[in-house]
Design a protein around this ligand. Structure first.
Ligand code: BGC
Length: 766
């Protein structure tokens, strides 16, 4: 029997099974349509089902286990039959998944299907740029499409739940997980995180190809002290609410099915045991109706944190705080029953947690469709998916330097080109950090794409020069120098391998590792134009190479289609349009450095640094005045949030408001004219920033409140318009309530957070 027919048969037997229930169990019907008036269907069905579950079955739904080695062992079969497992993570063999679903649905008493979880973070077989790179596209529709494509590929293996998006705002490039984040800004995070949720979940969680999303890590993980992963966070409630929580609120509003509790300690109460986060904020204030899963063993780790003395107390705290499902460990399975017998927890607490899980399973349509027929999905890595990966990579590339317009390179005037460096031809490393399933065989590398683009007309002199980015050896440098000398221009591929960022891969020194800076100096010494392409999972401190390169293209880890995307930019098939979703420091000691900082009482200004104009910033000064700065790094970043060059220039002018006075609660419209003043057709990301001059708590010097991607022909101009509503101006004040205040505001429209075109308005209380 073909796979497809077998699937159909499995599906049919399910229908027969359901029909039998409907016919033979009147009054015990889990699937009947009548119910409490006003209850939505998944809620009613979840309540019905819950009413007939045993305690063991309930705790089973709260238990997620890791994949089984080599098929499904007998104990696991027994556990599935007994309803002691609600979810499995990391099983990607579709036959094993279908068999597990069959046991759960057809051999267990109540036939509850499983949620099959996997970290599908930036693609499945086809790999998109790392999330930080996707954020550099500032393109929510593209980000949504990428998540949709990933969902379709993952769903074809039986996965119905991804642990994404990660929407941890972070201002610390040392933190390895910055690669998985969408950068430093709450607004950009909110817009793009919601787009990912919509991509994974589709319009309807039950539709074919939708998988449940999981917004993580709730909350504050991005503030891990010193950027060391899993470290403590201390975040005042005001900052938590204004900076770290908004992306999660946006994900909840976008209908995210699940949330993952963070590993991290938040102000003394680890997030996994934190009822302020999961009960007060998430459920009471935001009305979240999905469920919370712990992070890997994070309930058990409440003991390691020193919050509780043993596993039983860990289960007690996590349940009380509102964690519905335990990932990887068994404190719920081992201790909830005992806690219940002792009267320390109530059955209502357990019911509430289980009902949340069941509601999601019903919303997902799992009871109707739990088997996977791979042939009902588009093939993985099909041309359409590769095209999405390619355009996302293309739009994620940020041009940081382009002296004397060395880029784009012109094929016609080149006789030969040197391609140097450890990341020029590595199909695996270009994929980035979360690539459990990524297929390096699909990857197109820069070297292969450049060769293909140039054909036989231009000679390509390729030298790897370093074994890895971390190599200290300079043995390959002579060969690299010779290749550069024999070429008209040099493209050097630098950065970090994928393993240098991501979970548990933080760095204290964020310079280019190994002897890469020396390699760049050697190449620069040849007098040939040197174009650096840097692939990395985080912002790097680039000061020690900037003097030696003519152009620098920051590529993050661009994924499967890195090669064609980079070639298109280097040779001017398309103009770069990515903008930084995170500030690049000059020196690591400036961290945290971000654009939306507070003004402070003694702010540094360009004026206070006038006397330093001719002095290299790295030289310690004896004084920069009594202002907030570093003696050796000044106060400005290397590259600001929102920055990125193009092959054309854009001018901004004629900023205007619908009115200079606006009543509290009313919107104000702001317009400006953007003109392509250069001679290349290109995209520009127009950004809107606002400052609230006086607040009941101090407010950031600028906050992103809108952006638009425009395409303009040379000489073309367009009027852009943004509506700033009361929600955009609201913030959490002293009493931790969301407030709007009357007062004066500044608004900027421009091409980066350093935009200068400004207008002013006043919000009046009448
Ligand atoms: C990570 C999560 C991930 C989980 C499951 C944890 O170590 O923190 O982000 O979803 O593992 O793989």
């Amino acid at each position: 029997m073909s796979r497809r027919n077998r699937m159909k048969r499995l599906a049919r037997s399910q229908v027969v099974f359901l029909t039998a229930l409907l016919v033979f169990l009147p009054g015990h019907n889990l699937y009947a349509t009548e119910g409490a008036p006003g209850m939505h269907e998944p809620e009613r069905r979840a309540a019905d089902l819950l009413a007939r579950m045993t305690l063991t079955e309930k705790i089973g739904q709260m238990t997620q286990v890791g994949q089984f080695e080599g098929g499904i062992p007998d104990e696991a079969r027994e556990a599935l039959k007994a309803g002691r497992i609600g979810s499995v993570l990391n099983e990607v063999n579709v036959n094993v998944v279908n068999e597990m679903q069959r046991i759960a649905v057809e051999e267990s008493r109540l036939g509850i299907p499983l949620m099959i979880g996997r970290d599908v973070i930036h693609g499945f077989k086809t790999v998109l740029p790392i999330p930080l790179g996707q954020a550099a596209t500032w393109n929510p529709e593209l980000v949504r499409k990428g998540a949709r494509m990933s969902a379709l590929e993952a769903a074809s293996s039986g996965i119905n739940w991804t642990f994404a998006p990660m929407i941890d705002v972070t201002r610390d490039p040392r933190w390895g997980r910055i690669a998985e984040s969408l950068g430093e800004d709450p607004y950009l995070h909110s817009v793009l995180g919601a787009a990912m949720v919509k991509g994974f979940q589709g319009d309807d969680l039950a539709e074919h190809g939708s998988i449940a999303a999981c917004a993580k890590h709730f909350a504050g993980y991005g503030a891990s002290e010193s950027g060391r992963d899993y470290n403590t966070t201390n975040i005042p409630e005001n900052e938590l609410r204004n900076v770290y929580l908004p992306p999660f609120h946006a994900a909840v509003d976008a209908g995210v099915a699940t949330i993952m509790a963070s590993f991290s300690d938040l102000n003394g109460i680890p997030a996994t045991g934190n009822s302020f986060l999961m009960r007060q904020v998430l459920r009471e204030e935001w009305g979240f109706e999905g469920f919370v899963v712990s992070d890997w063993a994070s309930i058990e780790q409440l003991k390691v944190h020193g919050l509780v003395a043993n596993d039983k107390e860990a289960a007690f705290e996590a349940l009380g705080a509102g964690v519905n499902m335990e990932m990887a460990t068994s404190t719920y399975a081992n201790h909830l029953e005992e806690l219940l017998e002792e009267g320390r927890i109530s059955i209502q607490q357990i019911d509430e947690m289980v009902e949340g899980i069941l509601r999601v399973k019903f919303r997902m349509g799992l009871f109707e469709n739990h088997y996977t027929d791979p042939s009902s999905y588009p093939a993985v890595s099909n041309p359409e998916h590769l095209a999405i990966a390619r355009i996302t990579a293309l739009q994620s590339l940020v041009l940081l330097e382009n002296r004397n317009k060395v880029l784009p390179l012109k094929k016609d005037t080149l006789g030969s080109i040197a391609i140097i460096g450890p990341l020029a031809d590595d199909g695996y490393e270009q994929m980035g950090t979360w690539v459990f399933d990524g297929d390096a065989g699909v990857s197109q590398t820069p070297l292969s794409a450049i060769r293909e683009f140039l054909g036989t007309d231009v000679r390509v002199n390729h030298v790897r020069a370093m074994e890895t980015t971390r190599s200290r050896s300079v043995d390959g440098f002579e060969e690299a120098r010779a290749a550069a000398e024999a070429s008209d221009a040099v493209i050097v591929f630098l950065g970090e391998e994928a393993i240098l960022s991501g979970e548990a891969h933080s760095r204290a020194d964020i310079d280019l590792p190994g002897s890469q800076a020396e390699l760049v100096r050697v190449l620069h010494g040849t007098g040939k134009p040197v174009i650096a392409v840097v692939m990395a999972g985080r912002p790097l401190t680039l000061g020690n190479v900037l003097e030696s390169v003519d152009a620098l293209l920051f590529a993050w880890h661009p994924g499967s289609m890195a090669g064609p995307a980079i070639a298109d930019i280097l040779f001017g098939v398309e103009s770069p349009s990515g903008k930084l979703p995170v500030t690049f420091p000059r020196m690591v000691g400036q961290v945290p450095i971000h654009y939306a900082h507070k003004h402070g009482g003694k702010p540094a200004t360009a004026e206070s640094f006038k006397h330093m104009d001719d002095i290299p910033v790295r030289m310690p000064q004896t004084s920069s005045g009594f202002v907030s700065s570093h003696l050796d790094a000044g106060f400005t970043p290397q590259y600001a949030f929102g920055y990125g060059l193009s092959y054309t220039e854009f001018s901004y002018s004629e900023i205007g408001l619908s009115g200079n006075r606006v009543a509290l609660g009313e919107p104000v419209t702001v317009k400006a004219v953007v003109r392509n003043t250069g001679d290349v057709e290109a995209d520009e990301i127009v950004q809107l920033y606002v400052r609230d001059l006086v607040g009941n708590v101090t407010r950031p010097v600028k906050e992103l409140k809108g952006f638009q991607r425009l395409r303009l022909q040379p000489g073309e101009s367009q009027t852009v318009e943004f509506v700033i509503g009361p929600d955009d101006l609201a913030f959490y004040g002293r009493d931790m309530k969301l407030i709007n205040e009357p007062g004066d505001f500044h608004v900027w429209i421009g091409g980066s957070s350093e935009a200068e075109l400004r207008a002013e308005f006043t919000v009046t209380s009448d």
